[in-house]
Design a protein around this ligand. Structure first.
Ligand code: ADP
Ligand code: MG
Length: 247
């Protein structure tokens, strides 16, 4: 677990909720700047995997290593400080602030957002935020209150907020939840555009989205590793089909 290109290693992690193993000896590695998609039927343990990486849920066995250091038992804020950032299944934008302010606050180096709120930004910060606005396709919407955005736009804003933190590892849990096909395509483009600069772990179960993302896919089932491969390999895999159709 010390290869220079390795960013994250989840190593044999079990999460036991009073006898129920949401994760059961699960392992996964993510290289720097790479895109990884994790899929699996409802209840497979995908969100628990994210929760465990970010330190919200505790592994009862195994370990999580980020940039060569074990983070398994660190508090969430410390894991975030080290460069992991998570977007939740439901968008968590600040509705009474503009799109621009949401991004600026998310990008504050000092994470005590409320204290620093209202401070003017350095020019290089402004440039960075403008680039993110472009990446997430919200340049024209930058002065709109976040609460007035359409559902898809809120999701894109939240992806932008995760990007603004400069985290090396972005965890996106169902970024296309509630989106139609057009918005889903746009989200796939956007996420592909993050590659190189950030490693991204995307959790989803929408097959057409996964095809458009075109990253390496890991399939989970009942808290365990089932398969790993390209989208094409996963798509024609009989075990994967059985798991999906068997529910
Ligand atoms: P997914 O995101 O793949 O749909 P989850 O990780 O949310 O799956 O959940 C995996 C399993 O663990 C589910 O059966 C869920 O009910 C269970 N689970 C998740 N969180 C808890 C918890 N805090 N306490 C008990 N069981 C939980
Ligand atoms: Mg989930």
């Amino acid at each position: 677990l010390t290869e220079p290109n390795l960013l994250l290693a989840v190593d044999g992690v079990t999460v036991d909720f009073d006898g129920f193993k949401a994760l059961n000896g699960f392992s996964l590695t993510i290289d720097k700047g790479s895109l990884r998609v994790v899929i699996g039927p409802n209840g497979a343990g995908k969100s628990t995997l994210c929760d465990t990486i970010i330190g919200r849920v505790r592994a009862t066995n195994g370990r999580v290593v980020f940039k060569g250091e074990e983070i398994t038992y660190l508090p969430e804020f410390e894991i975030v400080r080290r460069g992991v950032c998570r977007k939740f299944q439901t968008p968590g934008v600040l509705p009474t602030l503009t799109v621009l302010d949401n991004l600026m606050i998310a990008g504050q180096k000092d994470r005590s957002w409320r204290r620093s709120f209202g401070l003017r930004q350095a020019p290089e910060e402004k440039e960075k935020i403008e680039k993110i606005l472009e990446t997430v396709g919200l340049t024209d919407r930058s002065h709109i209150l976040a609460g007035e955005l359409a559902h898809g736009e809120k999701q894109w804003l939240e992806i932008g907020m995760v990007v603004a933190t400069d985290a090396e590892l972005l965890l996106l849990d169902e970024p296309t939840a509630g989106m139609g096909p057009k918005e889903t395509s746009k989200t796939a483009d956007l996420i592909r555009g993050l590659g190189g600069q950030h490693a991204v772990l995307v959790i989803d179960h929408d097959m057409s989205f996964i095809e458009q993302l075109n990253g390496r896919v890991t399939v989970m089932h009942q808290g365990q590793f089932l398969k790993e491969g390209s989208v094409a390999e996963i798509r024609k895999d009989p075990d994967v089909a059985a798991v999906y159709l068997g529910r």
